[in-house]
Ligand binder design. Structure first.
Ligand code: ADP
Ligand code: MG
Length: 399
């Protein structure tokens, strides 16, 4: 689960991490009253969306004088104007994809005087089975470019979970960041507090870009992006309450309401599968035959007719889908029930794309018979490879 920058900063503040003063705003009036309370003389108006790259982002249907989703305001009039310009608009950044995200919240923060912009993040590193800190002197808005072009400027340091955080970790990061004197002490404390926040709150990613050194020589987190481990949310009720459904993919939200496990992907072949392992295998074999899956969709072990219909609706709501592959192993779930669901869905919904169905398991012959008797344009397949080849060929043919 993701949260907004202002929510992440509130959590970090609880852990004694230095962040700027600020508050969320939902209307231009809110923005002005927050700015009044902060006092100024400069404020930053920041669009709150679950994506980075806001500063360099662009709004759809641009208006004159507009510059991205992070703006420096030098007067109350600026604060009101920027808030008015951003709210309700669609912001496109390199992380949102071409559709962008609608700005529904703002964060109004005191303006900081920046001497240096550094990069710092922490994540669960599967390779080392540890939490890794990543840092670089080249912070700011172009860290992806640094990683691609000058990877030697990025330091990774892992922390042994059994031993936990020690000040030497903080000192190594401080030296890698070129910090000196009191800043080293600040860094040791900062990394310790971030590590505590990361582990206690079950984060999976914490990215501070930029971590700044102010003109006064203080370290401060100027941006904060946090992801949490969904599997730990059951014990993180305060975190769960920060969920903003508006930021999530509507199809994924709809799917979870129906108990379907759905993740949207970039390809054009919609998949309906039961069981996560079979779903992964189906995505792999689609790739093997030269196409890309449009989604991961696990209808679960005991799906019924309604769930199969809901699954079709969700797959078909994705405009990128040019063909559907249904791959079901009838264990607990019987193939005739699945066939019934597919037939009902195909009759009720106008499925205009090729549909390949591979059934195996309990009552498979009955299921196959029902499909062929239905008179619907369903292409039967015998096994996984046959099914994948057929759907890939059909989609290529149609294109
Ligand atoms: P994003 O990474 O989504 O573009 P950031 O919060 O990192 O958003 O803001 C982009 C840039 O704007 C920062 O690298 C920093 O230079 C500047 N900035 C952000 N917040 C402030 C602030 N409170 N005061 C001064 N400059 C800021
Ligand atoms: Mg940033």
């Amino acid at each position: 689960m993701n949260i907004h920058e202002y929510q992440a900063k509130a959590i970090l503040r609880e852990y004694g991490v230095p962040v700027s003063q600020g508050a969320a705003a939902f209307t231009p009036e809110d923005a002005v009253s927050v700015a009044n309370e902060l006092g100024g003389p400069v404020w930053v108006v920041k669009a709150q969306i679950h994506a980075g790259g806001r500063g360099k982002g662009t709004f759809k249907e641009p208006q004159a004088g507009e510059q991205g989703g992070v703006r420096l305001a030098r007067s109350m009039e600026d604060v009101r104007n920027f808030a008015d310009q951003m709210l309700g608009r669609t912001l496109v950044t390199h992380q949102t994809g071409p559709d962008g995200k609608t700005v529904q919240r703002l964060y109004i923060e005191e303006g900081a005087s920046i001497a240096r912009e550094l990069y710092l993040s922490a994540l669960v590193d599967r390779g080392s089975s540890r939490i890794a800190f990543i840092c670089s002197t080249e912070g700011g808005v172009d860290i992806e470019k640094v990683a691609a072009e000058t990877p030697e400027k990025i330091l990774t340091l892992t922390i042994d979970p059994a031993a936990g955080y020690s000040p030497f970790h903080g000192r190594r990061i401080a030296f890698a960041l070129g910090l000196q004197g009191d800043q080293v002490k600040q860094c040791v404390k900062l990394i310790g507090n971030l590590y505590r926040a990361f582990t206690e709150k079950d984060m999976s990613l914490l990215e501070i870009n930029p971590l700044i050194v102010t003109e006064q020589g203080e370290l401060r987190c100027l941006d904060a992006k946090v992801n949490f481990d969904d599997n730990a949310l059951f014990r993180q009720s305060a975190v769960s309450n920060l969920r903003d459904i508006d930021e999530e993919d509507p199809a994924e939200v709809e799917a979870s309401r129906h108990g379907l496990n759905y993740v949207k992907l970039d390809g054009n072949i919609g998949c309906m599968v039961n069981g996560a392992g079979l779903a992964m295998a189906t995505m792999d074999i689609i790739k093997l035959y030269g196409a890309e899956p449009a989604n991961f969709l696990d209808v679960g072990g005991g799906a019924n007719k309604e769930q199969v219909m809901n699954a079709f609706k969700i797959i078909l709501s994705d405009k990128a889908v040019e063909g559907i592959l249904v791959n079901i192993f009838g264990g607990i779930m019987r193939c005739d029930i699945i066939a019934e669901g597919i037939i009902a869905a195909a009759k009720e919904m106008d499925i205009r794309v090729p549909l390949v169905v591979r059934l195996e398991g309990t009552n498979v012959e009955m299921g196959k018979q029902m499909l062929s008797d239905s008179g619907l344009a369903i292409i039967p397949a015998d096994d996984l490879a046959d099914a994948a080849q057929k759907i890939v060929a059909k989609v290529k043919e149609a294109a």
